[in-house]
Design a protein around this ligand. Structure first.
Ligand SMILES: NC(=O)c1ccc[n+]([C@@H]2O[C@H](COP(=O)([O-])OP(=O)(O)OC[C@H]3O[C@@H](n4cnc5c(N)ncnc54)[C@H](OP(=O)(O)O)[C@@H]3O)[C@@H](O)[C@H]2O)c1
Length: 256
């Protein structure tokens, strides 16, 4: 287990999607820095190892974020009341073309988790943090920078949350909010994402620990949009000037 300066002692984080991947890696680092971490997702999964290592500084709320009643229950849970750090990270992807009926129900759930539950959480905590201060990190994706065939709905969910947060960031400035809101936009990362989405990345995925380290460093410097990896920072700039038809040619090769 990593040991770092306990600079987050006394702080309390809610991390959604903490059972695996990016959420788990972020939770591990917050705990190593002295923070109390409340995890949330449908199963405790690998967060159970963190609970064993930090029994006095961890809690878990089992919640299926594709169900709005679970999102409300999570926001109102006693464990989530004193939270001053939110990592809105739970999400997943789906692979398949528009003729594939098998993923229809899954796509609806994906919109609910990646967009609606995330939006509900962000707004609930922004309102709390407006006056008291507090930080929110939202896991969007480099997918937010363009469209992609075969993962069209997933890319669209990430563009939704990305643009939503850019809008909130401006609203927060106008309202002199004491809250901070950052967007994390990684390219492919080695996590449970491929298995959950029944897909295979064609580009080399980044190491999840490196992504979590970079995300936390930039989050605590109030960076508005955090893009791990030089290639993906270039991609973000390129996507602003390249024609959509070129982008969908490139993203067609992102996963199979
Ligand atoms: N890996 C990548 O290449 C990549 C790149 C860019 C962005 N992202 C984004 O990063 C975030 C984390 O994904 P990951 O890569 O770390 O994948 P992961 O290892 O599969 O983790 C996904 C997390 O989301 C949770 N989750 C999924 N469906 C849920 C639901 N209905 N209710 C509550 N929690 C749910 C999962 O927990 P349970 O199964 O226990 O519910 C799990 O903890 C996602 O938003 C994803 O879109 C991933």
């Amino acid at each position: 287990m990593r040991r770092q300066k306990e600079d987050l002692k006394g702080q309390r984080a809610l991390v959604t999607g903490a059972s695996s991947g990016i959420g788990l890696a972020v939770a591990e680092r917050l705990l190593a820095r002295g923070c109390f971490v409340v995890g949330a997702s449908r199963h405790e999964g690998n967060f159970a190892k963190l609970r064993a290592a930090y029994p006095d500084r961890t809690d878990y709320v089992v919640a299926d974020l594709s169900r709005m009643e679970d999102v409300t229950r999570l926001i109102e849970a006693p464990a989530c009341q004193e939270v001053n750090l939110l990592v809105a990270n739970a999400g997943f992807g789906c692979f398949g073309d528009y003729r594939n009926e098998r993923i229809d129900e899954r796509e609806i759930q994906m919109v609910q988790v990646n967009c609606l539950a995330t939006q509900r959480l962000i707004k609930a905590y922004l309102r709390r943090f407006d006056k008291t201060g507090g930080r929110i990190l939202v896991t969007a994706s480099a997918a937010a920078f363009g469209a992609a065939p075969y993962m069209a709905a997933y890319y669209a969910t990430k563009a939704y949350i990305y643009r939503l947060c850019l809008g909130y960031q401006r609203e927060m400035k106008i309202a002199h909010s004491r809250a901070e809101l950052s967007l994390l936009c990684p390219g492919p990362v080695a996590t449970g994402f491929e298995k959950a989405g029944d897909l295979k990345f064609q580009f080399k995925p980044m190491d999840v620990g490196r992504v979590a380290d970079y995300a936390l460093k930039k989050w605590f410097k109030n960076k508005a949009v955090i893009v791990p990896g030089f290639a993906y920072r270039l991609l973000r700039i390129g996507a602003k000037i390249a024609p959509d038809s070129l982008i969908t040619k490139v993203t067609k090769k992102a996963a199979v």
